[in-house]
Write a protein that binds this ligand. Structure first.
Ligand SMILES: [Zn+2]
Length: 251
């Protein structure tokens, strides 16, 4: 197995946005929004409000718009040249090699996984909740980039804010499904404490990225529920209100 470098690096807070240190180092606009910038999608937000919030974010980062997909808690990966017209494709990961294209995935407690080639132009974003994680969406995103000629060892991946193992308990049925879908890796991501089973989405996604040979993996370690970063979290009652994780290379 390739010896990936895995580091814990809290994303840096600046005017309502949390930025990934590892991806910022590559010159990319990469991070996640928090509550003060408004909900970036979701059932509880009028769609024109979310559209305005995303447009304002894109403009503040120096982009014309945000590429969005209709997230379905699966493992589908699509390529984008520019923001999709409505209806957006149904997928949970999106990638591009284009400069000036900002990719976005919405999440409250699900893990946003941002990936970039350190010495190339390909970038991608995935949305990995328990469904996407157990269906291997992060793995499939890296595989899609590899299929286009990107070497995983030269990739940098970062896991953004999401519900952490501190706050994510699962019932027996879901725990069983995690074991069935992920095998031994699923077992390693589950823990039993005080009669409660927790699922560590960060560990499960790091394992997938490492297995795919990604050279450098950053984990923000910010829990959307208890991490104090002012992020939307369903587990705090913000149902249907979403942060937007983004990655783009400025023109
Ligand atoms: Zn927590």
């Amino acid at each position: 197995m390739t010896a990936a470098v895995v580091e814990l690096a809290p994303w840096r807070h600046e005017r309502g946005v949390l930025y990934s240190p590892a991806l910022t180092e590559l010159g990319l606009a990469a991070g996640s929004t928090t509550r003060p910038l408004g909900s970036m999608g979701g059932s509880a937000t009028p769609s024109h409000d979310a559209l305005h919030a995303r447009a304002a974010l894109a403009a503040s980062l120096g982009f014309d718009g945000v590429v969005r997909v209709t997230q379905v808690h699966g493992s589908g990966v699509v390529h984008a040249d520019a923001p999709f017209a409505s209806p957006w494709p149904r997928a949970d990961a999106v990638w591009t090699e284009r400069v000036g294209v900002l990719l976005g995935v919405t999440a409250a407690d699900c893990v946003p996984v941002l990936v970039a080639e350190a010495g190339g132009t390909r970038i991608g974003a995935a949305h990995a909740g328990w469904e996407g994680t157990t269906r291997g969406v992060a793995r499939r995103l890296v595989a899609a980039l590899r299929a286009e000629g990107a070497a995983p060892s030269g990739m940098v991946a970062s896991l953004g804010p999401s519900v952490g193992p501190c706050c994510y308990s699962v019932g027996d049925e879901r725990a069983q499904m995690v074991r069935e879908r992920l095998g031994a890796a699923g077992g390693r991501a589950l823990a039993r404490r005080d009669g409660v089973t927790t699922f560590d989405l960060w560990t499960a996604n790091v394992e997938q990225l490492r297995d795919e040979g990604v050279g450098r993996i950053e984990v923000s370690g910010i829990c959307t529920r208890c991490g104090g970063a002012n992020t939307w979290s369903r587990r705090s009652g913000d149902v249907g209100l979403l942060n937007l994780a983004f990655i783009g290379r400025r023109a």
